[in-house]
Design a protein around this ligand. Structure first.
Ligand code: HEM
Length: 123
């Protein structure tokens, strides 16, 4: 069995240190992305980076605890559009690629994000 098959997604994304960097780069990317940046105009970037890190870590097999609100609660009342959702996921894939994460891991993350769209889109 290859390492790819046995290592958790968390490990393959670089573990705690790798995910802190990915989460930080992701929030920076969102703040540069004209489709979604306006949504974060009142946000504290450091807080969003920390919660994004915890979310990725807890969701990929790490032992970290996610201390944020559940996805549906956060995004309720925002009426997030399909265009915003696609822009967000594109930022995720771009940042994973830029951090040297392989195609297989990018596809796994993409699949997870897709399953979350009902708790984010148009609610
Ligand atoms: C599957 C896609 C998404 C996931 C997994 C996700 C995840 C998260 C997480 C973990 C947080 C922080 C938790 C907290 O504040 O308690 C958050 C906050 C937020 N998200 Fe999302 N999100 C997604 C898509 C989107 C989209 C498409 C938009 C709109 C462009 C958006 C806008 C926001 C905003 C405005 C906040 C609040 C930031 C703040 O509290 O200052 N999200 N999201």
């Amino acid at each position: 069995m290859t390492q790819t098959m046995t290592r958790t997604l968390y490990d393959r994304l670089g573990g705690g240190a790798g995910l802190r960097k990915i989460a930080s780069d992701l929030v920076d990317e969102h703040l540069r992305n004209p489709v979604i940046a306006p949504r974060f105009s009142k946000s504290d970037p450091e807080m969003v980076k920390r919660l994004a890190y915890e979310f990725f870590a807890a969701g990929s097999g790490g032992t970290e605890t996610y201390t944020g609100r559940d996805l549906r609660t956060i995004h309720s009342g925002m009426n997030v559009s399909e265009e915003e959702f696609v822009a967000t996921v594109d930022d995720v894939l771009k940042v994973l690629h830029a951090n040297g994460i392989g195609q297989r891991e990018q596809e796994e993350v993409l699949a997870i994000f897709w399953t979350l769209k009902g708790d984010v889109l148009r609610i």
